[in-house]
Design a binder for this molecule. Structure first.
Ligand code: KIV
Length: 264
């Protein structure tokens, strides 16, 4: 079992599809890692999934570090990437370096991910220059929800040129990989063919170099609403709720604990 490193992840482009999933705690990180996923993203989606925030905007650096430390403890093989939350890299290059450095030092993650294309080129370059590997993220960037107004597909029609420029800027700045979120399939294919770094798609079709999903979406834990690009491999919410109901019923009926679960 060879540890996946940043160079190893990058070199996988064109050889084998890359797999990436989010995780936010020790228990799930262990399961995802032992299932052989190449990279674990401690996404700022932790805000929606674990902390009950309506968007990723309120997530703090301390929250990201707290969750990532737990994930790192559960991982032996996967590359661990930590999301830089909103306003942790937007003020200045100095701020981005200070926060990026702190997040890598304190969390144990091996790379950061941040949202934005051309406008973040200097920030990405500055982080790479101080030895912090960066994964870019363009297309639908959830930290921009208040500008976008809703979570919709990006890069349609005339917007495509802008997205291509963003992708090139992220690569030129020195990112080792880039997430393409909610981008038309054909455009994602074009960008993937144009870049020498791997593209990791989420809602960007099958032609990216790899795929990422939010773990809780894959496990069907989040209830009714499911975006078009999400495939749930388990009816997790239903299964868990039924197990809890069974437990409650057995306790109320005096079935659990029986002799098997008692000390003598
Ligand atoms: O925060 C997150 O989970 C992400 C993925 C959806 C790419 O950024």
């Amino acid at each position: 079992m060879e540890k996946i490193t940043v160079p190893g992840f990058r070199e996988q482009k064109g050889k084998e599809k890359l797999t990436m999933l989010t995780a936010y705690d020790y228990t799930f990180a262990r399961i995802v890692d032992s299932a052989g996923i190449d990279s674990i993203l401690v996404g700022d989606s932790v805000g929606n999934v674990c902390l009950g925030y309506p968007t990723t905007v309120p997530v703090t650096i301390d929250e990201m570090i707290h969750h990532t430390k737990a994930v790192v403890k559960g991982v032996k093989r996967a590359l661990v990437v930590i999301d830089m939350p909103f306003m942790s890299y937007h003020e200045s290059i100095e701020q981005a370096k200070r926060n990026g450095g702190r997040m890598i030092k304190e969390s144990g993650a091996e790379a950061v991910k941040l949202e934005g294309g051309i406008r973040m080129k200097d920030v990405i370059k500055a982080l790479v220059d101080i030895e912090i590997p960066v994964m870019g993220h363009i297309g639908l960037t959830p930290q921009s929800i208040h500008r976008m107004g809703s979570y919709k597909v990006q890069g349609k029609g005339k917007e495509a040129e802008g997205l291509i420029r963003d992708a090139k800027a992220v690569e030129e700045a020195g990112a080792f990989a880039i997430v393409l979120e909610c981008v038309p399939r054909q455009l994602a294919k074009e960008i993937t063919g144009m870049l020498s770094i791997p593209t990791i798609g989420i809602g960007a079709g099958p032609d990216c170099d790899g795929q990422v999903l939010v773990l809780h979406d894959l496990l069907g834990l989040l209830g009714e609403f499911r975006p078009k690009f999400v495939k749930s491999y388990l009816k997790g919410r239903e299964e868990i709720e039924n197990s809890i109901k069974n437990y409650a019923r057995e306790v109320r009926d005096g079935i659990f604990p029986d002799d098997t679960y008692s000390f003598h």
